[in-house]
Design a protein around this ligand. Structure first.
Ligand SMILES: [Fe+2]
Ligand SMILES: [Fe+2]
Length: 275
């Protein structure tokens, strides 16, 4: 993976801040920076901004499958792009959504940047929440992450926010310049320049085009970010009240509440469990 040295140094606060760090802290910072770039598979600024824009074909990407010891669809908690995974901190006994953000989804840079943008562009609280949650299920699994993500949150958020999460995955393949959404270069890179979405995505798009809630997932794609901004400072703090108002936190804790998706939260809580 290519590292943009200037962007990396800037992200640490510049030369003075770096000189105050010991070598272990510097190594940790580099690892964190790389993991942020890869966070949710949605950022590789060196690639997305390369001037020559040489994108692979579907066949070239297929040929890479057997060069890896993991599949591209595995969740980020379970595979670390060829690097060793980190020891995870235990969750509190009754874990909340914010605990999962802190201990399992972190750094969650991509969704925090998307939600921050949604807030700045004056979106409703429902859309801001959908942006905050739209990709975090990629910690667990990546293929069909819109459907997995909507399922993970459905018992706890509104039907509209669930709809927005479920279908952003479909709409990101279809430009809508009137809404301010163009097909992202990143997708030429990660899916292949000659990629066409599978039939279930095409059929879902047809359904969405005439749906009264079309703009819910569309606004998630409009606020979705496809390039990592190393200078952005984002935290969960501006969204804590939104989560308090719109996320029905079970008092027993996520995973302990016997909801139809409690097992998904338990798997995210204990990804080192062998069975
Ligand atoms: Fe997504
Ligand atoms: Fe996203």
């Amino acid at each position: 993976m290519e590292i943009d040295r200037r962007a990396f140094f800037a992200s640490l606060g510049g030369a003075a801040a770096i000189s105050a760090m010991d070598s272990e802290a510097k190594a940790d910072a580099l690892e964190d920076y790389m993991s942020e770039q890869l966070d949710n598979g949605a950022a590789n600024s060196a690639s997305t901004t390369s001037p020559d824009k040489k994108f692979p074909t579907v066949a070239e990407l297929d040929a890479q499958i057997t060069t890896r010891d993991y599949r591209r669809g595995v969740g980020t908690l379970f595979a670390n792009n060829g690097r060793n995974v980190k020891k995870l901190e235990p969750l509190p006994a009754n874990p909340t959504l914010l605990d999962f953000f802190k201990y399992r989804f972190a750094p969650a840079n991509h969704v925090l940047q998307s939600a921050t943008r949604a807030m700045k562009t004056g979106m409703t609280e429902e859309i801001i929440l959908a942006c905050l949650l739209h990709d975090v299920v990629q910690s667990l699994i990546k293929p069909d992450h819109g459907w997995w993500g909507a399922q993970l949150f459905e018992p706890y958020i509104s039907p509209k926010a669930t709809f927005a999460i479920r279908y952003h995955q479909t709409l990101r393949f279809y430009p809508d310049s009137a809404a301010g959404y163009e097909y992202p270069d990143l997708y030429y890179r990660i899916f292949g320049k000659d990629y066409t979405p599978p039939p279930h995505i095409e059929a879902t798009y047809k359904m969405l085009k005439n749906h009264k809630w079309y703009m819910e997932p569309r606004l998630v794609t409009v606020n979705d970010l496809y390039a990592f901004d190393p200078n952005a400072v984002v935290t969960i703090d501006p969204f804590v009240h939104n989560v308090g108002r719109h996320f029905k936190q079970p008092k027993e804790g996520l995973g302990n509440d016997n909801s139809p998706v409690a097992h998904m939260w338990r798997t995210i809580a204990r990804p080192d469990s062998p069975l």
